[in-house]
Design a protein around this ligand. Structure first.
Ligand SMILES: CC(C)(COP(=O)(O)OP(=O)(O)OC[C@H]1O[C@@H](n2cnc3c(N)ncnc32)[C@H](O)[C@@H]1OP(=O)(O)O)[C@@H](O)C(=O)NCCC(=O)NCCS
Length: 248
């Protein structure tokens, strides 16, 4: 089956292939692909004809030998319109007071709602990448919070990516969180506020890296107008993947 894929390019940390169908993917298939030991990531361009389905990508491997992540992309014009003031359930969109407050909420919610519960799906280098991300990337990012009576109940972190000359301006969502204790109507209001903020504040294209095992997050991105663009694999016992910053 591996002969159906085509090598597109080999980069410093990754090898990139085309893929006729995501249904091919599984441990056995990946074992048969040319993936040099010194390349941390094996990446496939997600088949365009399947990307439009609006369905989350099934995690075929992450419980075993590999970790599977998706790159989701959206043109910001694809994002649904933001919240209507009367329908915001009393929630308000507010900037963080400073980087320290942004970092505090990002770290605490990452640990409690992602890194902890999803530990068995993460590569061993994940914690080292986290240290680097919180020290060097997050302070350069823009954060926004949603508050209920002053308390932070949702947040988003947006990184500005230095793209190649001539490429479309790109931002990267490295973290999004919504308090599961909110009622469904409040969560929907928080989603609308965050999307409205993104429409106002992001550049033309927005990306995000999402672990395939994080189905709820995949569905959130799909519902927000994003579609899978790439699917990448890391070996469980791997060195840092050199991937774009992104926690979930
Ligand atoms: C990802 C997140 C922001 C989504 O917000 P949310 O308020 O939970 O979103 P919803 O409740 O609308 O759930 C999103 C979808 O997942 C579905 N869903 C809910 N729980 C689920 C579960 N355990 N498994 C699979 N799907 C689930 C919902 O039905 C909904 O589907 P729909 O879009 O077809 O209606 C939120 O769950 C969260 O903060 N998770 C922890 C942090 C995280 O992982 N962030 C992602 C970083 S990339």
């Amino acid at each position: 089956m591996a002969e159906k894929i085509k090598l597109i390019k080999v980069l410093k940390n990754q090898v990139l292939y085309s893929l006729p169908s995501a249904a091919l993917l599984g441990d056995g298939f990946i074992d048969g692909v040319g993936w040099p030991a010194d390349k941390a990531s094996l990446v496939f361009v997600f088949p365009a004809k399947e990307a439009g389905s609006g369905e989350p990508v099934r995690d075929m491997v992450s419980g075993r030998k590999y970790v599977c992540r998706l790159t989701y992309m959206a043109d910001k014009k694809m994002l649904p319109a933001g919240g209507t003031p009367g329908l915001s359930c009393g929630l308000t969109l507010e900037p963080f007071k400073n980087t320290a407050e942004h970092k505090k909420w990002a770290r605490a919610t990452d640990l409690k709602y992602f890194s902890g519960p999803f530990k068995k799906y993460l590569t061993p280098s994940f914690e080292a990448e986290a240290k680097e991300y919180y020290k060097n990337e997050l302070p350069k990012a823009e954060g926004v919070s949603v508050r209920k009576k002053g308390r932070v109940v949702s947040m988003l972190t947006l990184l500005k990516i230095a793209g190649k000359p001539g490429s479309r301006p790109l931002d990267w969502i490295s973290w999004v969180w919504v308090d599961p204790g909110l009622a469904k109507a409040e969560r929907l209001a928080a989603h609308a506020l965050l999307r409205g903020w993104l429409r106002e504040n992001s550049r033309e294209c927005i990306g995000a890296s999402v672990h395939a095992a994080n189905l709820r997050s995949q569905k959130w991105f799909l519902r927000s107008g994003f579609r899978p663009a790439r699917i990448s694999f890391s070996r469980r016992a791997s060195s840092p993947a050199g991937r774009r910053a992104g926690r979930g």
